[in-house]
Design a protein around this ligand. Structure first.
Ligand code: HEM
Length: 135
């Protein structure tokens, strides 16, 4: 399994789920709250699936697969900065789903503002700063 290819697949996944997330915000802006919720349930499930897939590779199938890769690409700092956004975004994802489903409107909107900053940071640092390799 090639680390550069895994990064490429993850970048495509992040772009794809971000399209969904933007669609959910457009639905919200048009007053279609239920549609916003439905799209975001898919956003949650797909993002979690990608995260679990990555964790299975990194922790179980090929531990240490990225160590040498990021060193070779001089991208250890980029990875660290990416994780500063991605890890709290992953935690907030659960808060977003819970507060949305429970209609805790104020908490949901407040967490949504923080989540938006973290997700945009995850997107920019992940898609533009992490090195990928074509097969
Ligand atoms: C910028 C980000 C977001 C904003 C500003 C936002 C805002 C809102 C608002 C205003 C509502 C209506 C709440 C109510 O009146 O009860 C809502 C509902 C909901 N949101 Fe979000 N949201 C955001 C992101 C998300 C995310 C990331 C998820 C899930 C991972 C999510 C899941 C839901 C769900 C499940 C509902 C309930 C829909 C329904 O009533 O059927 N939202 N959101």
């Amino acid at each position: 399994m090639q680390p550069g290819l895994i990064i490429l697949v993850l970048k495509i996944a992040v772009v794809a789920v971000t399209v969904l997330w933007i669609a959910s915000l457009i639905a919200l802006a048009r007053g279609k709250v239920r549609l916003h919720g439905r799209i975001n349930i898919a956003f949650f499930a797909l993002t979690l699936a990608a995260l679990i897939g990555l964790e299975v590779i990194v922790r179980i199938i090929s531990p240490g697969i990225f160590d040498d890769y990021f060193k070779r690409h001089d991208a250890e700092t980029s990875m660290f900065i990416h994780l500063m956004f991605a890890v709290p975004a992953a935690v907030l994802l659960f808060v977003m789903l819970f507060t949305g489903l429970k209609h805790h409107r104020n908490y949901h909107i407040a967490a949504g503002i923080v989540f938006s900053v973290l997700w945009v940071g995850t997107f920019i640092t992940g898609v533009f700063f992490l090195p990928h390799e074509l097969p």
